[in-house]
Design a protein around this ligand. Sequence first.
Ligand code: GCB
Length: 583
Amino acid sequence: MSTLYPQNNRSRMVTDLSGYWDFRFPGDEKWQPVAVPASYNDQSPDPRFRNHAGITEYRRRITVPVAWKGMRVCLRFDAVAHSARILLDGKEIATHRGGFLPFEVELNGVMEPGETAELTVETDNRISHHTLPIGTEGQTAFFGSDNPGIPSVEAGKRFQQERGINRPAFDFFNYTGIQRPVRLVAMPRDYIRDITLVPSLNGEVRYHVETEGTAETVRVEILDADGVPAASSDGHEGVLQIRQPCLWEPWPGTPYLYTARITYGEDLYEQPFGIREIRVDGTRFLINGRPFRFHGPCKHEDSPFHGRGADPCLNVTDINLYHWLNANCFRTSHYPYAEEMYQLCDREGIVIVDETPAVGMWADEHYGWDLGGYHLQVLKEMIDRDRNHPCVVMWSLGNEPDTDTLPDKAYEYWHPLYEAAHRLDPQNRPVTVVGCQNRYERDKVIRSMDVVLINRYYGWYNLSGDLEAAKYAFRQELDWWEKQKKPVILSEYGADTVAGLHGAVAEMFTEEYQVAFYEAMSECLDERDFVIGEMPWNFADFDTCQGPMRVGGNRKGLFTRERRPKMAAHWFRQRWKDFSEDK
Ligand code: GCB
């Protein structure tokens, strides 16, 4: 069920529960302080904070203000990784599966205004073949030195399994806990539950408002960016007409935003939106009828101290660094990000490819994962949450599944999700799933998407250190894609680079090699008209689980984890400046 982002206005009230909560691991008697929102993992030198797999407990007291008498009162969790059990005074009131999307719990009938209760949130960070993202179930560690078949190593692996090892099937640290804000929210009993807006370039805005209660009228008023009324209508659904609409244009254009002010009985909700149109036409990706070229590094939610914790300061810093880079987009690799980031990108004109947490569905797992309908549910929840954001221009069903071992089986799995995404999105955005470096001629899934997104590591994981061979091989593949007559985005490519490591000869891990790598790949990309985008991997260095290929995390950032530019960041800044000037 969708849950509108909390808002403070004349009808609605919000109490932010951020701060120090009590925290403990199972078996602990003593509680210790932990900051919310943030991942708990880096908040203590106790190794359990990094390594614990299983349940943890968070607790604090909450009070429903007397002034909220007669209102609908909820607890709103923006995200708890990866699943949560919510208790009030020791009694379970809700459970939730999934670590990257919001949920709310109604408190009416459970707590009265004026009452105080003890709120406990149990989090569970275990990942498996039944979760998204996927965890390895006793199989090889990601990028691990697994040496299959050596009896002593195999014995060691069994020893690990018996002790409950829980490893990610993906290349980012399995950060967990209450990573996004928790709030107490109050709204009138008759309330606005959901809003759908579908704008067109001619200024028509189709809308649909879902309500709960017996109030009579819904009123929708559109305000322009100066707060001046631009159109209005009554009723749960209808069409509004804005005269001479200002369009939402991606950076460096003006990302003009309107606000839909919705009233229903005593309730009020203000939903920002933009007027823009997305269309794929042949091998072109059109925003407002004009070809759009994606250029911007993929991201992670990742920073020192906070881990994956929501951090508005970091968001602003990062988006300003996107402006500095002359970048215009990113993909939310590999999970839906905190809602504030999308709000910021709406405002700043940065385009987003919005991705589900379906990552780790790769070769070694051999279709061993078993999700039931959960993948579809997550996709639906993501679209419900993000569908009104003008910055979101494409849905990604997931990252790097194995689609070439059993191509038909893979198609049977992914095609219904592709169709569902189209059906579920009232704005009918293009849909993709990001392909890993595989036997692309066997695969049937990636080429069936509206836009082909491919991750390639020529010159890094293969043909390592030999950029001439990397270019040669990449050109061979691009020749093949040219024949598919689809728009293609290079959605990941990169080289681990230790900031400050230099070489007169550009060798792997030096800053010089990272630049040479991007020069080589860009040379190939620039020859092809059907390539409509480049998304280097990654914006910044980020934390991963331990492994022989990771020195203090993944070092493919254009920036360090602390957001200091490497040479490659300066290089892209110039390249993308030239792009924007070409426009
Ligand atoms: C990939 C994955 C990404 C990794 C990256 C790497 O293909 O999609 O999650 O971090 O490669 O650096 O190996």
